[in-house]
Write a protein that binds this ligand. Sequence first.
Ligand code: ADP
Ligand code: GLC
Length: 485
Amino acid sequence: MRVLHVAAEIYPLVKTGGLADVVAALPPALAHAGADVRLLLPGLPPMREAVQHARTVIDFGTVFGAPRVRLLQGLMPGTQLPVYLVDAPLLYQREGGPYQASDGRDWPDNLQRFGLLGWVACQIAAGAVDATWAPRIVHAHDWHAALGCAYLRAHPASGVRSVYTVHNLAYQGLFPIEDHALLGLSAGFMSPAGLEYHGQMSFMKAGLKFADRVTTVSPTYAREIATPEFGCGLDGVIRGRSASVSGIINGIDSAVWDPSTDSAIAQLYDRTRLAGKAACKLALQRATGLAEDPDAPLLLALSRLSSQKGLDLILSALPSLMEEGVQVVVQGTGEPGLEAAFRAAADAHPGRVTAHIGYDEGRAHRLMAGADMILVPSRFEPCGLTQLYGLRYGTVPVVRRVGGLADTVQDADAQHLADGSATGFSFDRAQPAELVQAVRRAVALYRQPPAWQALMRQGMASDFSWDGPARDYIALYEGALREPG
Ligand code: ADP
Ligand code: GLC
């Protein structure tokens, strides 16, 4: 089965969050399961530099006002999967992030930048690029790739089906509706039955309305987004597609996240050799200026600093958490107010709270290996990967029971402790007192080393490989292909 994955990020080249990790790991897992997979990515500078043996396969000329648009084909370093890169120097060759300039403002031409990505997907699907390889499935990720589903509706390619995965409904790709003419879609697409969203144009809606199948990254989030509380104004649209919406939980890439092989960490360990984790904890305390205390429970927050992640709950809970004798290490970037607040918290609690305001992959691995618990108190969480990395690293997750967090962490209540299925601690409401209560329960168990180690080992034994999810996606593709177009 030929499948084209379309996305704006891929680890380790361009990454703003978990999307990049998924786009790096799911396609090779599908290939391993027998699919014939290719990728389509925008030709951002890190992609241009890294893709191997890139050659021009088609010259599109001027598209959406951008001159010299070409499609390159090469191989992804590492996985060696075939990859197409949209080379459009005017749109992609610039310093800064994939969606925003360094000053945090959205690129003013994001409409053309990501409209083009979807348009090219449709060209490939139509066989215009390679007469010998056209996908049966175009799998678009998040709003950046969603317009591909609208172009495929406008120009159906025989036998091709589209799948749209929502990684985060809160980022929708909204643009002035007057600009739609730039995209070459007819005005009919801009109605409420199409991309129109409260007087604007929504790329997200292109995926939700026009994909043959809509998925999101956990079963619970798939149910949540059909409700006003989590639907970001699109819950009605999602309910309207209920027969075609489903949730498939993400896996993790064990080539990247595995404490028994991780070259970034101080000492390797696994569930049968936990001593290495104590060494990682000491190394972490030394490196970050925390007191070198093996018995202080070390809590980690590793996250984008955005309101989604509920990190303000940690700030509010901090005085109570300090009373529990814990240490806290934070790494993240994002909202300036949260960055400043975590810096201030670190200053206020020297040796007990430390904050690294920045993005650093290697350091993220060392924090994951050295901490005892990872806090993920999200307001909403489509899947969440850091709690999965925590489980893998014996870093017990303390999470709010929403979205993928609810689906992946089994609370250590009396019953689940007794039957051996507990893997972490969960709480229901986004309130500091509930977070504190969950941490208290965790600290109480931490003070009983045999029970704590059993909990760690249970989490470390959890299977979050991509094999199962890859099989689920293939079944979904087959289902979509069986339906008449
Ligand atoms: P989201 O995609 O909503 O940010 P996920 O949990 O799915 O949340 O994925 C976050 C990814 O980003 C993980 O791979 C995590 O390790 C990484 N990450 C987040 N913040 C940082 C940071 N400051 N430094 C390094 N990695 C980070
Ligand atoms: C989004 C979500 C996160 C999810 C990731 C990968 O960024 O916020 O919960 O894990 O996508 O699917």
